[in-house]
Design a protein around this ligand. Structure first.
Ligand code: ZN
Length: 373
C-alpha cells in the first residue's frame, strides 16, 4: 500500500514537472497592445539600408589571415574611417528566422516557436519594417515573406527569387547575392522614370533590406574555411560598395542614409549552425552614415575574449551589441538625444510591464493579486 502511494506520488511529481516545462517554456512571453514610444527629437537619418550577409561569422570577416587575402576591403575601410564596428551577440537557436526577428523586431523568440519549425511566425510581433513608411526587401523567399505578413497595411514590398533558382544556384551560391545587387540597381534606375515610386523614395523613414543568402549556402556546401566562402565575402563586399554608391548618387549625397552591415548567425567550422558555439553566436556589425559615429583610434579596450588580438583590431574601438541595451556607442548625437532615446526605451519596456500586469490581474483572484510597489 505504501509502495503504491509512493509510486503515485512519484508519478504526480513527474507529470507536474513535465507540464510545467510546457507552461514555462512553450508559452510566449510576448505581449501586445503597448503604445509605441517615440523620441521627440528629429531623427538623425532619413532612411536605413540594412545588409544581412546570412551565415557570415564575425571571425571570418574580421580576421586578416596569413594569406593576406583582403576579403572585404570596403567594409574594412568603413571600420577604419567612416563607421563604427563591433560584435553582435545572437542566441540559440542560431537559425535564420529567429536571427532576423532579433535584428528587425528587437527580441529573441521563445521556445514556443519550435512548434512551428522556426519557419513560421509563432506569435504576432511589431518590427522596424512595420513602423517604417515603406520597406523594400530583396532576397530569399524563405525569409522575406514573414516580415511582409507581419506588417499591418501594405507598405512592406518584397522582391524574391524563386525557390527553383535557390536550388539552381547551389553550384555557385554567390549568384543569390549578385541577383540581389542587380535587382536593387535596376530598381533605382527604373525609379527615376516612375513618379509614384520617386515620391515614395523621397519620403523619410524608409528602409531598404538586402538579404544575402550566398555566404550561408556556400558555408553549408563548402565550409567556412573554403575558398568559396571567402570569395563570396569578396563578392558581397564589392556589392555593398556598389549599392552605397548607387544610393548616394540617387539621393545626391544628402547625408540622410544610415547603413548597417551584419549577419543573422555565424557558422561552425564544419558548416553547420543552430547551436550556441561562439562561431555561431558571434556576428559582425558594421554601421556608418547618418547619425553614426566615425571610427575611433584607441589604446584601451577591455573585452574578456581574445578576438581583438586575433583580428589585429586592438587599435579600433569595438562596440558590442546586446539585446535590450541601446547601443549608444554607435550614435553620433547630442547627450540630449541619447538621454531622450534611453527614456523612450525605458517607457517602452514599462508599457510591456503594464500590459503584463493587466493580464495577470484579469486572470487572478483579486485577493491573491498584490501589485509590485
Ligand atoms: Zn541564416
Amino acid at each position: 500500500m505504501l509502495l503504491l502511494a509512493f509510486f503515485i506520488l512519484g508519478l504526480v511529481v513527474h507529470v507536474v514537472f513535465f507540464i510545467s516545462i510546457f507552461d514555462i517554456y512553450f508559452t510566449s512571453p510576448l505581449v501586445h497592445g503597448m503604445t509605441p514610444q517615440h523620441v521627440p527629437l528629429p531623427a538623425p537619418a532619413k532612411r536605413l539600408v540594412l545588409f544581412v550577409a546570412d551565415g557570415l561569422k564575425a571571425d571570418t570577416l574580421f580576421k586578416t589571415d596569413d594569406t593576406k587575402i583582403d576579403k572585404a576591403p570596403f567594409i574594412r575601410s568603413i571600420m577604419e574611417e567612416s563607421g563604427s564596428w563591433g560584435v553582435s551577440h545572437t542566441r540559440v537557436p542560431t537559425e535564420s528566422r529567429p536571427g532576423h526577428v532579433a535584428l528587425i523586431a528587437g527580441f529573441y523568440e521563445d521556445v514556443s516557436a519550435v512548434a512551428k519549425g522556426w519557419k513560421e511566425n509563432p506569435v504576432e510581433f511589431d518590427s522596424v519594417f512595420n513602423e517604417s513608411r515603406h520597406t523594400w526587401c530583396w532576397g530569399s523567399p524563405d525569409i522575406l515573406p514573414m516580415f511582409a505578413k507581419g506588417a499591418s497595411g501594405d507598405h512592406v514590398y518584397t522582391h524574391t527569387y524563386s525557390a527553383e533558382m535557390e536550388d539552381f544556384a547551389s553550384t555557385d551560391a554567390s549568384k543569390l547575392d549578385t541577383w540581389v545587387f542587380d535587382e536593387v540597381k535596376a530598381f533605382f534606375s527604373s525609379a527615376k522614370a516612375n513618379d509614384t515610386l520617386l515620391s515614395q523614395l523621397r519620403e523619410e523613414r524608409n528602409v531598404f533590406f538586402l538579404h544575402l543568402l550566398g555566404i550561408d549556402t556556400n558555408g553549408h556546401a563548402h565550409r567556412p574555411m573554403s575558398r568559396e566562402y571567402a570569395e563570396n565575402i569578396e563578392i558581397v563586399d564589392a556589392g555593398v560598395a556598389e549599392i552605397v554608391s548607387v544610393m548616394e548618387d540617387f539621393f545626391e549625397n544628402d547625408k540622410g542614409t544610415s547603413y548597417i552591415f551584419t549577419s543573422d548567425h555565424g557558422m561552425t567550422n564544419w558548416g553547420s549552425h543552430g547551436a550556441g558555439h561562439p562561431s555561431e553566436t558571434l556576428t559582425p556589425l558594421v554601421a556608418w552614415g547618418a547619425g553614426i559615429r566615425t571610427a575611433e583610434r584607441t589604446t584601451t579596450q577591455h573585452f574578456n575574449d581574445h578576438y581583438l588580438q586575433e583580428w589585429r583590431l586592438e587599435y579600433l574601438r569595438r562596440i558590442d551589441v546586446n539585446q535590450g541595451v541601446l547601443p549608444l556607442g554607435y550614435l553620433d548625437n547630442s547627450g540630449l538625444f541619447k538621454a531622450e532615446s534611453m527614456y523612450a526605451n525605458s517607457i517602452q519596456i514599462m508599457e510591456q510591464f503594464k500590459v503584463k500586469m493587466a493580464q495577470k490581474k484579469e486572470t487572478t483572484l483579486s485577493i491573491l493579486f498584490t501589485p509590485y510597489q
